[in-house]
Design a protein around this ligand. Structure first.
Ligand SMILES: Cc1cc2nc3c(=O)[nH]c(=O)nc-3n(C[C@H](O)[C@H](O)[C@H](O)COP(=O)(O)OP(=O)(O)OC[C@H]3O[C@@H](n4cnc5c(N)ncnc54)[C@H](O)[C@@H]3O)c2cc1C
Length: 477
């Protein structure tokens, strides 16, 4: 039987962004309805961050066994039980699932409706039998794997992030189309779990990252045996007796066919907007997603769009950040609150990890101008903890503006993602580098590399002839 619900906030999509809005809004006193058509938790919990990081952890365990020789520990090649790995991934999801569950949200006072939502007017949606009218709608419907129009791909068995984590069979040779963060994280993980892996990238591998940092990651992947092909445009694919065959056009114009047992497509994301009937509500959109302004408002003044469906950058923490901005506006009427793309951090969870916040070197050249910024660096080779752990590849690279404020940081190395937070704060607060140089870093930690990079801003002045003269003068008294 149809029901009409009047509410303050109606959130469409129970993924990273939608859940944060719903939990916050309801606990702050707003009547909140949450509509979800699939699994609670969205991509991050079910097909994205959580399974991928769990798989990476399993792969890391295997690699630790392989590389233990360096520590004087004799080991054999680890035996990989793919169904055991699959069960590990599933059990991590199961452990986190209660946080995102319908029961938890209903306990917080949210009305949860498990249906597909679509707009029926500028201030109303339909979700199954229900009609929901709200003061504000928040579209948080996320994105799906983009499957490109490669001739033959429809008939070629292939995996995406929505299916690959369910694989429990041994993988002989995984061919990955796409050399971005998702493709490379999964490529390295599968390689470490015993598969041959070939990555095909039409443009540049890790093309959005600092090239110097990306080179360190790519060198490690190649050393571990991942076959990395840059400038390799996939022109066709087919099912074969042994699995799949993929044809590429190479940079020199030649063609090559690569045979694999499994094919993973990881070329990008497409926004989940097709079923929303956005036009009925006057909400503009294009192939990148819903058009929003800096306040995350759509062209319909009572509708916000957040997270992946609002375009890039597409990360769980950005969906969460967006959720906070929407709550401030919808509940507290702080309509001047807006997004600040300057402060967006991201991490690629390969080993070594690549972590970035603020400007990359190329951004600094473009935005500040050549010669108008300073670069500071410290290598993990100069870090005692990294030496002890035999994880010396990588560096901390900082970008300072002319007032010695931190405007960007690129870290590549073991656990670089864990080292990023102080730099995210520094960029956000436009902190002067002297603050980080003055901090006491516990010894021996990888964090010391950050402090030493910061301290290097003062090395030249500190150990200059002028300083020596001053010191010699003062020591006379
Ligand atoms: C393999 C992989 C690894 C990743 N790793 C990371 C990582 O390490 N760190 C990171 O920050 N990000 C990572 N991401 C990105 C991250 O998963 C997304 O940025 C994040 O999930 C986006 O959150 P969201 O709320 O916008 O959308 P989602 O979490 O995708 O949620 C959208 C929800 O809306 C629902 N929905 C869609 N349409 C409708 C409709 N019409 N009616 C009702 N419900 C609907 C969907 O079913 C879904 O549950 C990864 C992504 C992938 C694919």
């Amino acid at each position: 039987m149809s029901e009409t619900i009047d509410t303050d906030i109606c959130v469409i999509g129970a993924g990273s962004g939608g859940l944060s809005v719903a939990a916050g809004a309801s606990q702050m006193g707003a009547r909140t309805v949450l509509v979800e058509r699939g699994a609670m938790g969205g991509d991050c919990l079910n097909y994205g961050c959580v399974p991928s990081k769990s798989l990476i952890a399993a792969a890391h365990a295997a690699q630790t066994i392989r590389t233990a020789d360096a520590f004087g520990i004799k080991t054999a090649e680890p035996e990989i039980d793919r169904s055991g790995v699959r069960d590990h991934v599933r059990s991590v999801i199961a452990a986190i699932e209660p946080n995102d569950s319908q029961a938890r949200f209903e306990g917080l006072g949210v009305r949860v409706i498990r249906e597909s939502a679509r707009f029926t007017g500028p201030a109303e949606i339909a979700a199954g039998e229900a009609r929901i009218r709200a003061k504000y709608f928040v579209v948080a419907t996320g994105s799906s794997p983009l499957v490109p129009p490669i001739p033959g791909l429809d008939e070629t068995p292939h995996y995406t992030n929505e299916t690959i984590f369910d694989l429990a069979e041994p993988i002989e040779h995984l061919v990955v189309i796409g050399g971005g963060p998702i493709g490379l994280e999964l490529a390295q993980a599968h390689r470490r779990l015993g598969a041959r892996v070939t990555v095909l990238e039409a443009a540049t591998l890790m093309g959005k990252d600092d090239p110097e940092a990306a080179a360190i990651v790519l060198r490690r992947l190649a050393a571990e045996g991942v076959d990395l092909r840059e400038g390799a445009k996939v022109t066709g694919s087919a099912k074969s007796a042994d699995g799949v065959s993929v044809t590429i056009e190479k940079q020199d114009g030649g063609a090559e066919t690569i045979a694999g047992s499994h094919l993973l497509v990881a070329v990008g994301r497409t926004p989940n907007i097709a079923d929303l009937d956005l036009n009925v509500a006057g909400i503009e959109h294009d192939r990148r997603g819903i058009t929003v302004d800096a306040h995350l408002k759509t062209t319909n003044r009572r509708v916000f769009a957040i997270g992946d469906v609002a375009g890039s950058p597409q990360f769980t923490h950005i969906a969460g950040y967006h959720a906070g901005l929407v709550i401030r506006q919808a509940l507290f009427k702080l309509f001047w609150t807006k997004t600040d793309e300057r402060i967006v951090p991201w991490v690629t969870y390969t080993d070594p990890e690549l972590a970035q916040v603020g400007m990359r070197e190329a951004d600094a050249v473009e935005k500040l101008g050549q010669g108008k910024f300073t670069i500071l660096r410290w290598s993990f080779e100069e870090n005692d903890r990294a030496q002890a752990e035999r994880e010396t590849h990588g560096f901390v690279k900082l970008i300072l503006d002319r007032k010695s404020r931190v405007v960007g940081a690129t870290l590549v190395g073991a656990r670089a993602g864990e080292l990023l937070l102080p730099w995210a704060l520094a960029v956000q607060e436009r902190m002067k580098i002297s603050k980080m140089a003055g901090v006491i870093a516990p010894y021996p930690t990888l964090s010391e590399a950050s402090k030493r990079a910061a301290g290097s801003a003062f090395t030249e002045a500190l150990f200059s002839e002028r300083t020596r003269k001053i010191v010699r003068f003062l020591l006379r008294f």
